[in-house]
Design a protein around this ligand. Structure first.
Ligand code: ZN
Ligand code: ZN
Length: 142
């Protein structure tokens, strides 16, 4: 009760989990602890599937996509695409990226807007649909 900790509840920048942050850390203890393990897994995976995109790695290993992107950004992971030759482009801002479909910034924007539109979309649509359908049925019956 008496101890006041200078911590802040933040969302982990990788897995999104809420945790108590010390020293403005942005990575939760779980991700922090698993980082090296994740890296080993990804590296091993890329040895067997060198053409895998970060999305494929994410799906195959169940590692949060931002972690993979982080490794790529930090240049700990360099995704070689011998077959494809050309670098990928972010589908939104057309910034060159090493793998996947979106750059790190855009993938975060997408994740956020998907959450938002998912919520705000549903209600007005449902409301107008109801009204519309009722009118149509009425017209058809008459
Ligand atoms: Zn985390
Ligand atoms: Zn982008």
């Amino acid at each position: 009760m008496s101890t006041v900790k200078h911590t802040l509840r933040v969302n982990c920048k990788f897995c999104g989990a809420l945790f108590d942050s010390f020293n403005l850390k942005k990575v939760c203890p779980t991700c922090d602890k698993n980082m090296d393990e994740y890296f080993k897994q990804i590296r091993a995976f890329l040895e067997t599937c060198p053409d895998a995109t970060s999305a494929e790695v994410c799906e195959a290993l169940g590692i949060p996509l931002p972690i993979i992107t982080f490794f790529i950004k930090e240049e700990r992971l360099i995704v070689k695409n011998k077959k494809k030759g050309t670098a990928f482009q972010c589908e939104i801002c057309h910034k060159p990226i090493l793998s996947g479909r979106f750059c790190f910034d855009c993938s975060i924007t997408i994740a956020r807007s998907e959450m938002k539109t998912g919520l705000s979309h549903e209600e007005p649509e449902r409301a107008s649909q109801k009204f519309h359908t009722r009118g149509e049925i009425g017209n058809k019956r008459l």
